[in-house]
Structures are given as C-alpha cells and as structure tokens.
Write a protein that binds this ligand. Structure first.
Ligand code: HEM
Length: 225
C-alpha cells in the first residue's frame, strides 16, 4: 500500500479534529440555549437556581470548563491552520464565488467560515467577560445565598448596543453553523452522496434554531423587561 504524504495526514487529521470539536460545540450550544430559554419565563428565581447548579458542581465544573476551552482551542487552531493551508495552496482566489450548488455546497456561508468564526470568537470573549466574570450580585432563594445572574443579564440586555451586538453576531453564528454542520460530516468521510442533501437540510435547521433562539432572548428582554 503506498504511504500517504505526511502533509496529507496532518491536513486530514486537522480537518477531522475541527469536525469533531465543531459537532461537540454545537451540542454545547443546544444545551446552553435550552437553559437560557428559562429567561423567557421572566422567573428570576428559576433562572438563578438553574445557573447555580453549575456553581454547586465545585471542582467538577473546572473539569467541564477545561474540556470546553480545549474543544474551542482545538477547533480554532485546526480551523485557522486549515484555512491558511488553503490560502497557501491557492493564493489567488477563484473569481467565481457564486453558489456553485451540487455536491460542493459552495455558498456565502462556506466561503466566509474563517471570518464568521473569528467574529464569534470575539463575541465569546466579550460574552464570558461581561457575564461569567461580570458584576457579582447576590440573591437569597429558599434561605440560600447565591449569585444573581438574572439581574446582571437584565441589566446587560437593557442596553441597545449590547442587544444589537448579540443579534448581529447570532446571525453570523447561524451562517457559520449552516455550512459547518454539513462540512463536519463531509470531513469525517461520513457523507454518502444520497445523505448529503438530508444532512445539509438538518444543518440549516440547526443553524436557524440556534441563531434565532439566541438572538430572540436579548431582543425579548430588551422589549419586555
Ligand atoms: C441569549 C444568548 C446567551 C445568553 C443569555 C447566555 C448566558 C450565559 C451566562 C449567564 C453565562 C455564565 C454562566 C455562569 O457563570 O455560570 C454564559 C457563559 C458562557 N456562554 Fe453564554 N449565553 C448566550 C449565548 C451564548 C453563545 C451564542 C455562545 C457561544 C457562541 C455562548 C457561550 C458561552 C460560554 C463558552 C460560556 C462559559 C461557560 C463556562 O465556562 O461555564 N453563550 N452564558
């Protein structure tokens, strides 16, 4: 059997890592959205009780968070190096950037993955510093003192600039996921041609549900709280 060149191995390996971590991060987003939907009920205690479940996990939370950070880092590093590798291989981009259709699935989503990814990363830094490491208000529920994250979120989503930032970034996240979900299956070699259309449609649905779900929350709070 002829040996495969090392560069091919590494590029294939990096694509597979990007795909696996991307799919795991979509799983994280789905769980994160489900929890955050409690905000739509307007029940501050319910949301604070939910978000404090994580705080009460103690050192196990650090394990989960370390895993999450590792997944984000692997996804970003493999994504950026794969994109740089493509640019190096083809320094002058093709003139035709319109939807190529068919099996290539070339769309505005696929050609802007690196840019939408970088913007979502910048959002993530802003998001985690303003909420996770933001003001530490306290509340008491059933005699137990805990962090009042609900108050901090309501304060944040009362600011038009923050709401616009969330809405625009979530639209870009939607574009990123729309191509990313299908592309992950493609990179893992798990796409038989007859399944390609179905996986693409599922990816589009997941992208719409996550993007609309996440952008609706700040909009709803801004308009109703
Ligand atoms: C309506 C939109 C969102 C709301 C209300 C929201 C809410 C929150 C809150 C309250 C925390 C802090 C949790 C804690 O300190 O225990 C948090 C953390 C976090 N959020 Fe979001 N989030 C939203 C969208 C997103 C999106 C779109 C992403 C990813 C692209 C994201 C990724 C994260 C990450 C990675 C953390 C840190 C998790 C940890 O280390 O425990 N969030 N979010």
């Amino acid at each position: 059997m002829p040996a495969l060149p090392t560069s091919l191995w590494s590029s294939v390996a990096r694509k597979a890592l990007m795909a696996l971590t991307g799919l795991a991060l979509i799983g994280f987003l789905a769980v994160h959205l489900l929890g955050n939907l409690i905000l739509l009920t307007g029940n501050a205690d319910a949301f604070n009780l939910y978000s404090n479940i994580y705080a009460s996990m103690g050192s196990f939370l650090y394990v989960i968070e370390a895993g999450l950070v590792a997944f984000f880092l692997i996804h970003i590093v493999s994504g950026v190096t794969v994109a740089l590798g493509k640019m190096k291989a083809r320094p002058v981009s093709y003139e035709k950037t319109a939807n190529a259709g068919g099996p290539s699935r070339k769309t505005i989503s696929s050609t802007t993955m690196i840019y939408t990814g970088i913007i979502v990363l910048a959002f993530l830094v802003f998001h985690v510093t303003t909420l996770k490491y933001g003001a530490h208000y306290e509340t008491t529920i059933h005699g137990e003192k805990m962090r009042d994250l609900h108050k901090l979120i309501i304060e944040n989503f009362a600011q038009p600039g923050i709401v616009v930032t969330y809405v625009l970034t979530m639209l870009l996240l939607g574009f990123h996921l729309r191509h990313g979900f299908w592309s992950a299956f493609q990179s893992l070699g798990a796409l038989q041609p007859r399944l390609s259309g179905l996986i693409y449609t599922i990816g589009v649905l997941i992208a719409i549900i996550l993007a609309v779900g996440f952008l609706f929350i700040p909009l709803w709070i801004f308009l109703t709280a």
